[in-house]
Design a protein around this ligand. Structure first.
Ligand SMILES: Nc1ncnc2c1ncn2[C@@H]1O[C@H](COP(=O)(O)OP(=O)(O)OP(=O)(O)O)[C@@H](O)[C@H]1O
Ligand SMILES: [Mg+2]
Length: 333
């Protein structure tokens, strides 16, 4: 499969009163054409900052993209002018945020909001944009789209508003959709419906997806590959089955034990990971997870491990000293 997006050594910091918050540290990953990739990790691990940096939507100051590269369809997004970046946003890369009420414009009809992006990016007539807006609302499962396009966001329920967000994000048929916790504010049945809509559209249109979520059921249902982030770093990456069935990083194992799973037995309790993530103003010199890790060794305190490939797989890698050949320890599965 062809690579659509390649993020390399991305580092993003916030300059705040107390110092420099190193929110994203040397993050690298790629997304292939038509692939759905999940980014998971505890709150504050840098998932949203990574996504917003790709879109160059992160306010600067206080943020600063310190180094790295974001290649999208072979083009370096980090060196584009703001004008050229606006042609990418909404047109080639669509984004859905967590809260549809704050992302939608309350003073514009839903139809106008879908049409706006089409007219801006695709140079189509108002009549063509209108019929496309109706088609998009129909695609995301909104009944009576012909009359609904004349209504305002407050006339839609939460789930319907999120469908409208998906319609806006996909109206220009972008090659990449970034969805940052798109269903967190919704109840479970609506969540499942929205994810189904996204997955169907992905399959129909061949869109690649980056999905940020805390919900492993959604990951299992929708995604091909998983990136696990901790304290601003990628600590493990692999296909969803490699991550679910053979997690190699102690943090990934902790995360899987702490979040509800569909295949969980009724008597299997959720076990939170003890302790708290490190202070990103002074991140530890060694492994960031060391202080919370039951399996930590001496080497983990002073040296931060790089991602190393897991034997026998070209998709699975984890950043843990236990995977070093000299660690001489069996990794429990
Ligand atoms: N405007 C800001 N000023 C200072 N620090 C910030 C700012 N925005 C984010 N951060 C810091 O960047 C780090 C990463 O935040 P981010 O929002 O990416 O986390 P996240 O993984 O998306 O978490 P969540 O699951 O809660 O959405 C956090 O430590 C956060 O405190
Ligand atoms: Mg977030």
């Amino acid at each position: 499969m062809k690579t659509l997006l390649e993020v390399k050594d991305l580092s993003v910091s916030f300059d705040v009163y107390g110092g420099e918050v190193q929110a994203v540290r040397n993050v690298s990953f790629d997304v292939k054409k038509g692939e759905a990739v999940a980014i998971v990790g505890e709150s504050g691990s840098g998932k949203s900052v990574t996504a917003q940096s790709i879109m160059r939507l992160i306010p600067s100051p206080p943020s600063r993209i310190k180094n790295g590269s974001v290649l999208f369809e072979g083009e370096e997004l980090l060196s584009l002018s703001e004008k050229d970046m606006q042609k990418v946003r909404g047109n080639k890369i669509g984004m859905i945020f967590q809260d549809p009420m704050t992302s939608l414009n309350p003073t514009m009809t839903v139809g106008d909001q879908i049409m706006e992006s089409l007219i801006k990016h695709q140079d189509v007539s108002a009549a063509k944009a209108k019929s496309r807006a109706i088609e998009m609302l129909h695609l995301v499962g909104i009944p009576n789209p012909e009359s609904r396009i004349k209504q305002y966001p407050h006339q839609f329920s939460g789930g319907m508003r999120q469908r409208v967000m998906i319609a806006i994000a996909l109206a220009c048929n972008p090659s990449l959709l970034i969805a940052d916790e798109p269903t967190t504010a919704l109840d479970v049945t609506i969540q499942a419906q929205i994810m189904r809509v996204m997955k169907d559209l992905q399959e129909k249109m061949g869109t690649s997806i980056i999905l940020i979520t805390h919900d492993l059921g959604i990951v299992a249902d929708v995604c091909d590959r998983v990136i696990v982030m901790y304290a601003g770093r990628v600590v493990e990456t692999g296909t969803k089955w490699e991550i679910f069935q053979n997690p190699q990083h102690p943090y990934t194992r902790g995360l899987l034990r702490s979040l509800p799973r569909l295949d969980q037995r009724k008597d299997e309790p959720l076990i939170p990971i003890p302790g708290t993530p490190p202070d990103l103003i002074k991140p530890p010199t060694g492994c960031s997870f060391c202080a919370r890790c039951d399996e930590a060794m001496k080497v983990c305190v002073d040296n931060d491990p790089d991602l190393s490939a897991i034997k026998g797989s070209d998709s699975h890698a984890a950043a843990c000293w236990m995977l070093h050949p000299h660690a001489n320890r069996e990794v429990p599965v």
